[in-house]
Design a protein around this ligand. Structure first.
Ligand code: ZN
Length: 235
């Protein structure tokens, strides 16, 4: 994949780290800019730890993960896990960040999920992408990047086991051995991914998915994606 500026927008810390992390790591290795944005910390994801304590742990894990894959981390610490809504203020906030970051590619949740936060995050990513590119919306030539509209060329949905209903990957990004190793090491720093909260083997699942998609794509490892606007292809 040509290096570019990629913004991955997840509902909780960890979502895009798993589903998009290998792409972000590969992009950074290739000289691109990778940004990881969590709309909430995911602070209610631990069955026994106090929410405030787990929130701090999650934020520390997000920063460590981003540093390890040479990406930037943004966390909306004031939005709450379990209560994410695609409101206009939330979409506008995200749109302002899109204008600052100026991505060529947004990676987002698929629109159907067993978790409502993920569905709302999908709506937020699409609404914010729309607002960021909208002529006349908060445009101010003297406000720097904030004030200039930014059209993001591409939005792709990531392959997340919680967002599987109706999801079909239609494209892939090859992941090299070095990026895979960097991602694996980085994601091992997150307690939930290691199975320490509810026991799901996240790292095994997503590592195996890299292999499975690689088999289908004819490369050693790959991340599958679904395009928001598939191009018309001539038969
Ligand atoms: Zn999540």
């Amino acid at each position: 994949m040509t290096p570019r500026t990629i913004l991955a927008i997840g509902a909780h810390i960890g979502d895009m780290d798993l589903a998009a992390g290998p792409v972000l790591a590969q992009n950074a290795l290739d000289g691109g800019r990778s940004v990881l944005l969590a709309l909430t910390p995911g602070e209610r994801g631990h069955p026994t730890m106090p929410v405030a304590d787990y929130q701090q742990q999650k934020i520390a894990e997000a920063r460590a993960f981003a540093a390890a894959i040479n990406a930037e981390a943004i966390v909306y610490e004031d939005l709450s896990d379990g209560f994410l809504q695609c409101t206009e203020p939330n979409a506008a906030r995200l749109a302002r960040d899109i204008r600052q970051i100026q991505p060529q590619l947004i990676l987002a949740h698929w629109k159907h999920s067993i978790h409502t936060d993920h569905e709302q995050a999908a709506l937020l990513a699409e609404r914010a992408r729309f607002l960021a590119g909208l002529p006349g919306w908060e445009e101010d030539p003297e406000a720097g990047a904030h004030g200039r509209r930014h059209g993001t060329e591409q939005l792709s949905y990531t392959e997340n086991w919680e967002d599987a209903e109706g999801y079909t990957a239609d494209s892939y990004v090859p992941i090299g051995g070095q990026a895979r190793q960097i991602w694996h090491q980085a994601i091992s720093g997150q307690a939930f991914a290691r199975g320490e909260t509810y026991g799901f083997r996240y790292i095994d699942y997503y590592d195996a998915q890299l292999t499975t998609r690689g088999c289908l794509a004819g490369v050693p490892a790959a991340v599958g994606l679904a395009q928001a606007e598939p191009p018309l292809r001539e038969l």
